[in-house]
Design a protein around this ligand. Structure first.
Ligand code: HEC
Length: 136
């Protein structure tokens, strides 16, 4: 009996929470796709492949996948320091795209879940973006 209750509440919990999370992620990715096309695609390209030697890739990029908070900082403040992405050094200049926290969350959700990348359904929220501060 006890097991049955645990099992049933498990099903209830899953069906009650996860579709909601999925839907929020899907909606955010849809908005992020538009933001990407308007603000990022010229440098990082349509499949997130970047341009060898000039613009780092976002598709399967260890920088983005392993240190999402650094990726958020790059999108929030721009980036011009030496970084290594998938073993290749870049010392370019990414201008601050001038997006608000909500837009940054949407574009993060898009790039983290496109071209073979996955955030394992984890959602980036505007609040998480707000908490990312510039490096002193
Ligand atoms: C003018 C070209 C340009 C535009 C537009 C641009 N970036 Fe970048 N981006 C760069 C360059 C150059 C770097 C590397 C900077 C460095 O070497 O310090 C970079 C680095 C990054 C990184 C960290 C490195 C990586 O590959 O994971 C992320 C994430 C990123 N950009 C995402 C975006 C997103 C999202 C947008 C749109 C909102 C965007 N960029 C718009 C040129 C650009």
């Amino acid at each position: 009996m006890k097991l049955l209750v645990i099992f049933c509440s498990g099903i209830f919990f899953c069906s009650a929470t996860f579709p909601h999370q999925d839907e929020a992620l899907t909606k955010s990715m849809e908005r992020g796709k538009v933001i990407y096309a308007e603000n990022c695609i010229t440098c990082h390209m349509g499949a997130g492949e970047g341009v060898a030697g000039a613009f780092p890739p976002l598709a399967k990029a260890d920088y983005l996948v392993k240190t999402p908070e650094k990726a958020i900082a790059a999108i929030k403040f721009g980036l011009s320091e030496k970084i290594t992405v998938n073993g290749v050094a870049y010392e370019g200049m990414m201008p601050n795209p001038g997006l608000d926290n909500e837009e940054i969350a949407d574009v993060m959700n898009y790039i983290q879940n496109s071209w073979g990348n996955t955030s394992n359904k984890k959602l980036v929220t505007a609040k998480m973006v707000e908490e990312v501060k510039p490096k002193k």
